[in-house]
Write a protein that binds this ligand. Structure first.
Ligand code: BYC
Length: 470
């Protein structure tokens, strides 16, 4: 089961050849996907040879092979993690019953909505990043961008497979819609807020892969717990790819910090203006980018109090990440102390699961900050990068539009409006970052605002020609 059949038009490990109707439906969708990729995927690099990894098996050992591929020829396919024998539902009111191999009628529209929402983010991120190739800081980074992009494309395939295989005509229509909505489109935007934000510079790309892909990790982990087994297996495999995306974010920001510290040392100054004049990203500017993307990504967990999340959990559709680490898997009696602008309120735990997940996500976000701050400390500077308060700049939930500073202080609205661009990038800040974004595409060369990575891809040297520009 683990092996993937690459001899078919759509590589897969789901025995697609045995289900002619499904195979035909997906083969009908395939050219629409390729057309979307050509028009809204990475612009101007479709003929380049990119050193990409491709999934060849879904088991733990060596699921990937590496080689030069032109992106439109990447073998996007349908890969599910191996089934767990006799898998049982691990949480909610149906706990202990066999996992579902089909969609129960009563949960059809909710499950479809969850799958569509997940699926919508994947092509959205490719659209957001489509122009970044023009300003890559190195071929190493360009290759990583494209790796992320093709894998997001494959994650779209994963969700489209579920829609086609389990949701009939509605599912096929939703699959078409996934290619019809576009990031930032005034009439047909992507579903979730963050996926309509432009990513027009590499600092944003690293922050997005650090914060937003990490939301992906948490959402996929919670869907991997689902009683709907095909969804669980699909998400389990997607998670193996997600790790690299967060690596790109964490090491990308780490390399920016490293380069900035070098410039600070060379110049003997912490003055942001002098650091900018030397062509590097001053740390307060980086902090603004962290504030922007972290606060935006926090919205992706939904409202603090959510009847959707309560029903999804009770019905077994969506669990908590790593559900087995908890003792109570039913949560009918548990309460949660929720902080709101009016004070602390007791709410049923079932309704507070978005907040529970947001809190564990934030803890995970701290890991990179600790590492970057260690580098700053070692270099002898007192500044520390921080995560913004989870109540800062929220546009969903209990803290929506509340005038809260990144340090969690509630301040008068007027002061907040006046000071907002002390905390997130102003147009001037963005223009400066854009001015740094000059393409560097000679093997081994690096833009001046970012340090080289510690090592290359798949044991190759950093100087390797990861993208051969045709
Ligand atoms: N923007 O009860 P509520 C990834 C909607 S990232 C716009 O507060 P609920 C990736 C919500 O949809 C992971 N709308 O929250 C990363 C609902 O609308 P409907 C993506 C929002 O339902 C990088 C209404 O508000 N996966 O994979 O408990 C690159 C009330 O909802 C937002 C998923 O998100 C928002 N920020 O939870 C590539 C998993 N927040 O349905 C990929 C699937 C909420 O009433 N989605 N709304 O019309 C879900 O589990 C849930 O839909 C949410 C919201 C967690 C998003």
């Amino acid at each position: 089961m683990s092996g993937i059949n690459y001899s078919e038009k759509i590589p897969n490990n789901v025995n697609l050849a045995n289900d002619r109707t499904l195979q035909r439906a997906l083969e009908h969708w395939q050219p629409h996907f390729l057309d979307w990729w050509q028009h809204l995927g990475p612009r101007d690099f479709q003929t380049a040879d990119v050193y990409l990894r491709t999934a060849t098996s879904v088991d733990a050992e060596g699921w990937a092979t590496y080689g030069a591929v032109k992106m439109p020829e990447y073998r996007w396919g349908i890969f599910l993690a191996d089934p767990v024998a006799d898998r049982k539902i691990g949480f909610g009111d149906n706990m202990g019953q066999p996992a579902w191999q089909q969609v129960p009628g009563e949960f059809r529209s909710t499950l479809r909505r969850l799958i569509v929402t997940q699926g919508d983010t994947e092509p959205a991120s490719v659209e957001q990043q489509r122009l970044l190739g023009h300003t890559c800081p190195s071929l190493y980074d360009l290759r990583n961008l494209f790796q992320v992009n093709v894998e997001e494309g494959r994650h779209l395939w994963a969700m489209v497979y579920l829609l086609h295989a389990y949701f009939g005509r509605d599912g096929r229509e939703e699959a078409e819609e996934l290619l019809a909505r576009h990031s930032g489109d005034a009439d047909k935007p992507r579903i979730l807020t963050t996926f309509n934000e432009p990513i027009s510079d590499w600092l944003s790309f690293y922050c997005f892969t650090y914060f937003t892909d990490r939301d992906g990790k948490y959402q996929l982990k919670s869907l991997a717990e689902s009683a709907f087994d095909p969804l669980s297996r699909t998400c389990r495999f997607m998670l193996t790819e997600e790790a690299h995306h967060m690596f790109v974010g964490e090491t990308g920001i780490g390399r920016v910090v490293k380069r900035t510290l070098e410039v600070m040392k060379e110049l003997g100054t912490e003055d942001p203006a002098k650091i900018r004049a030397a062509g590097a990203v001053d740390l307060p500017l980086l902090q603004k980018y962290l504030n922007f993307w972290c606060s935006s990504s926090l919205d992706l967990f939904g409202s603090e109090v959510s009847s959707n999340s309560a029903a999804n959990f009770a019905n077994g559709l969506k669990g908590r990440p790593d559900e087995s680490q908890y003792e109570d898997h039913v949560l009918r009696a548990a309460q949660f102390k929720l902080e709101t602008p009016k004070g602390v309120e007791d709410v049923p735990m079932l309704n507070a699961l978005n907040e529970v997940m947001r809190a564990s996500y934030l803890k995970d976000c701290e890991i990179g900050l600790k590492r970057w701050n260690r580098a700053i400390e070692r270099a002898g500077y007192s500044l520390r990068l921080q995560l913004p308060s989870p109540h800062f700049r929220r546009s969903i939930g209990a803290w929506v539009n509340a005038p809260v500073t990144p340090e969690s202080r509630i301040i008068p609205r007027e002061e907040y409006d006046k000071r907002l661009y002390e905390w997130i990038p102003s147009e001037q800040d963005r223009a400066f970052v854009r001015s740094l974004m000059q393409r560097v595409s000679e093997p081994g060369k690096m833009a001046g605002w970012i340090a080289p990575p510690e090592r290359g891809i798949n044991n190759l040297p950093v100087e390797y020609e990861y993208v051969h520009l045709a």
